[in-house]
Ligand binder design. Structure first.
Ligand code: HEM
Length: 149
């Protein structure tokens, strides 16, 4: 199974990277662009814009995040030979990356649930996205450096 999956490795990395670009890109847009609009629109208009963005994101982002994690598990399994690599410096960085990823997933799911229940307010929206973006920057840094650290 692992050997057969290994030949698909480059495609799985491509899928993983594409999902990461969409997920990280959406959060970066919300923090770097949407937040900056508060100075130009009144609070009620901004709340409507943010709710519309969350509604739109709820349509496709759970699918993207699910694919990101599933492809991540496959990459982990192949790269680590199941759990054989555990104990190497590479494995500690990879495990830190996975722990951060589950942190992002936890915050993301709680934001989606709060939004669906109408309990998302501009302050919570801002704080949630800043926390997620900071964790994602850590994930991407580790992803690119873990082979040489
Ligand atoms: C928020 C979630 C995640 C983000 C944003 C993310 C992002 C990334 C990025 C940008 C890369 C580099 C891809 C490249 O070099 O082309 C990567 C690689 C990797 N990711 Fe993730 N990832 C996430 C979750 C996960 C999870 C949950 C796992 C495992 C359970 C995982 C396992 C891996 C592995 C093993 C690699 C190395 C692939 C390689 O270059 O050989 N990732 N990730």
């Amino acid at each position: 199974m692992l050997a057969r999956m290994a030949q698909w490795y480059p495609w799985i990395v491509l899928l993983h990277l594409s999902c990461a670009i969409v997920f990280v890109g959406a959060v970066a847009f919300e923090v770097l662009v949407l937040e900056g609009l508060h100075a130009q629109f009144d609070a009620a208009t901004m709340a409507r814009i943010e709710q519309a963005v969350m509604r739109r994101a709820r349509r496709f982002m759970p699918f993207v995040v699910a694919l990101l994690f599933l492809s991540g598990f496959a990459l982990f399994d192949i790269r680590c030979g199941g759990l054989q690599c555990i104990g190497t410096p590479f494995s500690y960085w990879l495990l830190l990356k996975v722990a951060l990823a589950f942190g992002v997933l936890g915050v993301f799911v709680s934001a989606i649930v709060a939004g669906a229940r109408g309990r998302m307010n501009p302050c919570r929206f801002r704080t949630t996205h800043r926390i997620i973006l900071a964790m994602m920057i850590g994930i991407v840094f580790i992803a690119k450096m873990m082979f040489s650290l």
